[in-house]
Design a protein around this ligand. Sequence first.
Ligand SMILES: *[C@@H]1O[C@H](CO)[C@@H](O)[C@H](O)[C@H]1NC(C)=O
Length: 351
Amino acid sequence: MNFPVALAFLVLLFSITFFVIHNEQTDPYMDEIFHVPQAKQYCQGNFSHWDPMITTLPGLYLMSVGILVPLGKALGVETTNVCSVLWLRSVNLLFAIGNFYVIYAIMCKLHQKEKIEPKIAVTALTLSLLPLLFFFNFLYYTDVGSTFFVLFMYLLHLQGNKALASIVGIIAIMFRQTNIIWVIFMAGLTARQVIVDWFKEKSGNSYQRKSIKEHPDVSTATNPSEDNEVTLFQIVKLLLNPPQHKKLNLIYLIFCILKSSACHIIIILGFLVFVYVNQGIVVATVPQKLLEFRYFIIPYLIFRLNIRTGFWVQLWTEAMLYMVVNFLTVYLFVNKPFKWENSPDVQRFIW
Ligand SMILES: *[C@@H]1O[C@H](CO)[C@@H](O)[C@H](O)[C@H]1NC(C)=O
């Protein structure tokens, strides 16, 4: 399997599931009863409207209006129609496909030496079908867009485009304030890279001198595979015992770290101002639910992107497993609606 085949398969599968679910649940479902009316108000240009039950910043609604209103104008559809439940949900479908592409691109970047494109395509396909995230692809929730912008920030970071990564990081926070964690994570990765580069430069010099003395004609100092073997222990040792000008070295290193993570620091400071003004991280005043499973989606994806891809049999087993779980979830959602004793509304099975 390669990228175009996986993409075509995913688009087909997502489209079918999208229409199956939409046919069954045309009206806003669960949290959608807050998200959909809010987005509709924005669609009509009423940006002063805010539902106090909503706990996130308005990223999803602004993005939806930014996509749907121009699209409606281009297609000649009335603005009120273009912000229907169907169209709003389909914005998430766009992010779902975006997630597949970004996962694929990150893996290609992280595993470029391994030459395993078909395995990457299958892994990206599988991770795009992660059961915890799967259902939110078809409803108007913030999860899919939030995941997309965090992963997109990670991709831009890996490509070395720090400024754009920071802008995308701000959008991710606009979808979910808790994504500030991932901006801090990117700052950590940047700091780590600066320390590793600094170490390479320091140890490279002394190593080169030594190797030239021992083997005058072989320059092993620039061997890149050995350069990558920088351990935390070595870094700490060097920080405690820098070769010359102890203090100057350390101050210079801290300066380099601050300089290269300046964008992140600005965002983090901005976020602290927001928390101070808002008197808390949550926008609304309603009590928060406890930790939910879906908070583990991004940590899990980042972990999976970084580890080695498994054997073919593992990859296909995982893909099949996810598809069976997703199929059962959709089946239960569509065919087995139930009612709580204390509520007249029809309930449906969802993660
Ligand atoms: C805009 O939102 C405000 C605040 O919720 C509301 O009072 C007002 O009626 C809305 N305006 C329109 C045109 O819907």
